[in-house]
Design a protein around this ligand. Structure first.
Ligand SMILES: [Zn+2]
Length: 449
């Protein structure tokens, strides 16, 4: 988080030095954003805080907690960090506690199993009274989880403590000038979010061949905070990708059973039977078009597929669910994998550096089946990809448009779906509008300079 902040500052100061007027626009944008957060976010933040407030694992907060009404006379806590090779006895020794105390906690408490599996880096906190008797022990698994053993008479009560992170929402957007990968990096997106973005749209956009300069994307995603420190990114809630003037928007939907999917605003799934490009395009950082091999598709021999130029070792994905029909090596194909998808469809992947699957193996869409290479008749590292329908080679880039449509949200779930995504829709739209306004005024501004 701090890192991003620094970057922002640097960026700002450069801008200020170059274009004083931009300063105004940026300041305005910041003010609008702050107002927006003040207007929209408080209820969420407040809710998250309520959840995370009662429990605090920091030593200082444990002391605070001990001042709660039901607490007995307060005794100081002592914290010990678990080292490699430590066990309960050695740690208790370090804390000047006896073997009897170890015995009591382990045998006179419920659920003391975790104490017998201490991990280096975890902490134990002890509360000892003036007579040197152990009153409470807290096993701090990590920032989010701990177990408290508290003396009650001659036993120890066990309480599992789970802290929930405070969930905030954040936006990122970028215009692509050389590659998706670079645009995402420049906008400060983590590698995981780039992957997630690419996965969401992998069924509708061929990120290798179809992305152009001027394409853009916007993400609304969760960030998880603990005590104002960012712990992790949460999921993408909504994403918009503008590809050659066509706008694709995807919203996250959580089913009753907890499974997750991304759908457009009409409830049509973004996940299709086949990926548009069967390889990890986030790893392809070269510029598009000229540097890349052109898509070649000819029905006459010898070339009956598409070539995706990518560096050796780039993961190759199964385009769809299926079963490995062949996995082998030949002089022409090099390392190759064939996958059958039901009775009608088959996909083929040639010149692999290494194969990752065996014949007969069941495969899920986007599972890694091998890595790009230049084995067999290949002039450089690339993936040669073929798509067959009923044994006949078809152009993978156009055949997908003729395949059956992806499934939609069931009629009975529509109401639940729309109520779940409506908040995301409003927030995403508001943000995109602000971005458009800002870039429009920036444009008119710089043209007058
Ligand atoms: Zn080829």
């Amino acid at each position: 988080m701090q890192h991003t902040q620094n970057k922002k500052d640097l960026h700002l100061s450069q801008l200020l030095a170059e274009f004083p007027r931009k300063h105004l626009i940026i300041a305005t944008t910041i003010i609008i954003t702050v107002f927006f957060f003040l207007l929209v976010m408080p209820s969420q933040i407040a809710q998250a805080k309520r959840i995370s407030q009662p429990i605090n694992l920091e030593l200082t907060s444990i002391e605070t907690a001990a001042t709660a009404p039901q607490a007995e006379p307060e005794h100081p806590w002592k914290e010990v960090v678990i080292r490699k090779g430590d066990n309960l006895s050695t740690i208790f020794q370090r804390a000047a506690l006896s073997a009897g105390d170890v015995y009591d906690v382990v045998n006179k408490s419920k659920d003391s199993k975790s104490l017998l599996r201490l991990q280096p880096g975890q902490k134990l906190a002890f509360q000892v009274d003036t007579e040197g008797n152990l009153q409470a022990l807290q096993h701090i698994h990590n920032l989010m989880e701990s177990t408290l053993f508290k003396r009650e008479g001659d036993k120890f009560d066990t309480v599992h403590i789970q802290r929930d992170p405070e969930i905030r929402r954040n936006y990122k957007s970028a215009v692509i000038s050389s590659s998706l990968f670079r645009a995402a990096q420049k906008s400060g997106l983590s590698q995981n979010l780039i992957m997630e973005l690419a996965n969401i749209f992998g069924g509708v956009i061929d990120f290798v061949y179809d992305v152009r300069a001027g394409d853009s994307f916007t993400l609304l995603f969760e960030e998880h905070y603990l005590d104002d420190a960012k712990m992790a990114n949460g999921p993408i809630l909504a994403a918009q990708f503008t590809n050659r003037g066509e706008v694709y928007t995807a919203y996250r939907y959580v089913y009753d059973d907890g499974s997750v999917g991304y759908f457009n605003d009409k409830g049509i799934s973004m996940r299709k039977a086949f990926l548009r490009a069967p390889l990890d395009f986030t790893r392809i950082s070269s510029s598009f078009n000229l540097k890349r091999l052109h898509p070649i598709f000819k029905t006459n021999k010898p070339h009956r597929g598409i070539d995706y130029a990518a560096s050796t070792g780039t993961p190759v994905y199964a385009a769809g669910d299926g079963r490995v029909s062949k996995s082998g090596y030949s002089k022409a194909n090099g390392n190759y994998v064939f996958i059958s998808h039901g009775t009608q469809y088959e996909t083929k992947y040639l010149h692999l550096h290494k194969r990752g699957v065996k014949r007969g193996q069941k495969i899920k869409q986007q599972q890694i089946i091998g890595w790009v290479g230049s084995t067999g008749y290949a002039t450089g590292p690339h993936l040669h990809y073929e798509f067959l329908v009923n044994g006949v080679h078809r152009n993978p880039r156009t055949i997908l448009n003729k395949l059956p449509k992806a499934k939609s949200i069931a009629a009975g779930d529509k109401e639940r779906f729309f109520s779940q995504i409506s908040g995301f829709q409003t927030q995403l739209a508001a943000y995109v509008n602000r971005q458009n306004l800002a870039s429009a005024s920036q444009l008119s501004n710089s043209s007058s300079l």
